[in-house]
Design a protein around this ligand. Structure first.
Ligand SMILES: NC(=O)c1ccc[n+]([C@@H]2O[C@H](COP(=O)([O-])OP(=O)(O)OC[C@H]3O[C@@H](n4cnc5c(N)ncnc54)[C@H](O)[C@@H]3O)[C@@H](O)[C@H]2O)c1
Length: 358
């Protein structure tokens, strides 16, 4: 079988995870690269053995010069997801677009419509759906272990984790920790419980600590274009908190921060059902009744999210979908729904009122 020809648009940090996954997939040839920053794209080309004549700074020129490309990964700043996706779909390519799908729901809907018009796959990079931890929890949920899950909590909190660069620049990111980190855990909970439809959101965002230029010492997170931390733009929220209601009666409480005066970074998901509850923090713990007694259940082997292989799972699934061997488990429709939730939270934060999600 001929290998599918993949192009990656946006050759910064996360492109390494996509390219690594593609390089380990026997059905793929990493064929072309594109970044508005030529040096960055050429660096990746050398790393993955892509000839320099297949490196571009403009995605439209790339599609014109190389019509044989089959599919792409869009790994750009958030504000370029839509334009790169449109260009790829119009050129007849399948698209795996990084999260968040877009800057807002309006863009996301147009992207979904473009995919339908082109008759091509548009998959969203909801990578947490592909985690080993998600697989275990989903197995319990699908077997009815928790009963009716009526309440959930999701936290993705960083104490000093504003990556700087474009992440703090709303015109390129669309927002702060809510759109960058919250998107992962809101989507994960929604996916795990069977993709209910959101009906409303009530949220608050805070701009108190910024990117903490006063903090001394090393930072744990850094965008490829991060410059002098004290001078760069930071007009995104540093904390977001929200309550989201779904049509199945479930309510999800979510918190996401780049900067927060808390002891340590937290990644936590809790699910509360009428038969049992669960906490993923990161090991999975179950809370239930056994033989009439309240009991806590731990696992004999690790259930914690392992980053090793996580992106490979996503990339392998995308390749299987492109080859018609699987149906996308992260369709554009789910990206649109997530953007509607995020839009509603930001609107609620701005107005101080609950926002109905249509
Ligand atoms: N799934 C995850 O866990 C995860 C983790 C990190 C980032 N991301 C997402 O991946 C995307 C990229 O993040 P990153 O950390 O790699 O950022 P980055 O800044 O390291 O890389 C982004 C690259 O996109 C390039 N770019 C911007 N606009 C472009 C355009 N119009 N055409 C071509 N190239 C363009 C930039 O020059 C840059 O090199 C974001 O959407 C982010 O939310 C996802």
């Amino acid at each position: 079988m001929n290998k599918i020809k993949i192009a990656v648009i946006g050759c910064g940090g996360i492109s390494g995870c996509h390219l690594g996954g593609y390089s380990r997939n026997k059905d793929v040839e990493i064929y072309a690269l594109c970044d508005i920053n030529k040096e960055r794209a050429e660096g990746r080309a050398k790393e993955y053995g892509v000839p320099l004549e297949r490196v571009f700074t403009d995605k439209c020129e790339m599609f014109k010069a190389l019509p044989e490309i089959d599919a792409v990964s869009v790994c750009t700043w958030n504000n370029a997801h839509a334009e790169c996706t449109f260009a790829a779909l119009e050129a007849g390519k399948h698209v795996l677009c990084e999260k968040p799908m877009a800057m807002n729901a309006e863009e996301a809907k147009a992207m979904k419509a473009a995919a339908e018009k082109a008759g091509k796959l548009l998959m969203i990079g909801f990578v947490r759906r592909h985690g080993n931890d998600a697989r275990v929890v989903k197995d319990f949920i699908d077997n009815g272990y928790f009963g009716d899950i009526y309440y959930a909590k999701a936290q993705y909190l960083r104490r000093n984790g504003n990556p700087g660069g474009w992440f703090g620049d709303k015109s390129r990111s669309g927002g702060g920790p809510l759109i960058d980190l919250g998107v992962h855990v809101i989507d994960l909970v929604r996916y795990l419980v069977g993709r209910p439809k959101p009906v409303s959101a009530y949220g608050a965002t805070f701009h108190k600590l910024g990117n903490r230029p006063d903090v001394k010492g090393a930072r744990g997170y850094s965008a490829a274009d991060a410059g002098d931390k004290a001078k760069e733009i930071c007009d995104v929220e540093d904390l977001a908190s929200a309550l989201i209601r779904f049509d199945n009666g479930m309510t999800l409480s979510v918190e996401a921060s780049f900067s927060l005066n808390t002891k340590s970074d937290i990644g936590n998901i809790e699910l509360y059902g009428d038969k049992a509850g669960a906490k993923m923090d990161p090991e999975l713990h179950l809370y239930t009744n056994i033989n009439g007694y309240m009991a806590n259940v731990d696992f004999a082997s690790s259930t914690a999210l392992s980053f090793s292989g996580l992106f490979d799972n996503e990339i392998n699934h995308y390749v299987d979908c492109v080859l018609g061997r699987a149906e996308s488990m992260a369709p554009a429709e789910d990206g649109v729904i997530l953007m509607k939730i995020l839009d509603a939270i930001y609107k609620s934060a701005a107005t101080g009122h609950e926002v109905v999600i249509e």
